[in-house]
Design a protein around this ligand. Sequence first.
Ligand code: PHE
Length: 450
Amino acid sequence: MLLKRQYITMLKLFNTNRLITPVLNKCNHSTAAKSVTAVKINGTEFISDEYTNVTPKIMSYLGKNLHLRKDNPLSMVRQRIVQYFYKSFTHRGNPTFSVYDNLSPIVTTKQNFDDLLIPADHPSRAKADCYYINKDTLFRAHMTAHQSELLRSGLNNFLMIGDVYRRDEIDSTHFPVFHQVDAVRSQRRDELFPNHPDLDIFEPTFYKQKPHLFTNTILDPTKQSCYTLEATKLMEVQLKNHLIGLVQALFGKDIKYRWVDAYFPFTHPSWELEIYYENDWLEVLGCGIVRNEILLNSGLNDTIAYAFGLGLERLAMALYKIPDIRLMWSEDSGFLSQFHNKDLNAKITYKPVSVFPQCVNDISFWLPDNFTIDTFMSNDFYDLVRDIGGDIIEQVKLKDKFVHPKTKKHSLCFSIVYRHLERTLTQAEVNQIHKAIETAIVTAFNVTIR
Ligand code: PHE
């Protein structure tokens, strides 16, 4: 799901380093870093470079661990998912899956991409889509970043739960920080086919060739070349049954769902699961059969595995009818009390504490010479708006674009929707913030306000 979404081309980009400075120098968006400087995160220093684009605002979400907070809906969904896996899979009375929910969100590009066979030129690596600390280090963009290291440490069945970071649009269902549950379940031949010694998980050619000469291909849509069709199909059936069991445990037996073919660099074949919610199909997870190269690189040469990754926010919003993703971050007792000390399986429907009005202000500007609408880095713009406005920014949407017939200058107009979740904003205070955003974008992007 999520790695694929990066393909949606947004308005791209001023190639500006505007995000380097704020890390070091609070909120001055005007100049690029001129010398090598260090970014300090949780006591560790990182050398910044031309990749650095993490903002103070984003750094402030580190360690919030909403998924572990007792009264948070994300934590309730996490516990229900963990319970489902504990109950459904046991070995001699012990849970089969181990749970990792406290792994550091700061990872290397090797963990987040290379180990998962994500090509060097894959769009999901773009600076426009990730929060980089420097060219080798970033805030993880998905929990799958930990898959290889946990496999290498000898684990076969595990859940990885935590916060992930992506640069994205701003609206009621997108926030630059969200939470995922990722999992791997792997099996050897005797575990997958305990009663069929005649069946194998690998094609005979896989054994005949020297492992370093064998190349696994994904040319056949039904399977990876190294695995037999029986093993692949049985894993697919188990994977799909386990995940359908999970959404039924969460939403009830009557939940309507469908499988959609998908593509991820680290699984083949791959699928997405969608559930029918409020008259629309909602994508809740991505999954597939783990590419054998990943297992081999982690030292496993006798297993087949499935993996999946799901978004906790989407499930929690649908389960409890929470209308805005920012509410997950609310410290308001009116919100948290609705989830306080509740039975995990109780049916809870979120009741709005009260609805405060929105303020909508437009911002229009001319791009500098030589810049076009298509080269405008809208994610840089969204980050800047959020850096200055904070969480009262509900939405930023492109309203209008225009090319001057004579000067050929390009102009953009965005609507910025302001709303506080806990009180009414006055137009005067919104105007003040809006003005600050105008000033900041003039210095950061060299635009001219219209
Ligand atoms: N990591 C993928 C994402 O964030 C989800 C996924 C995990 C897909 C594991 C397949 C296997 O979009």
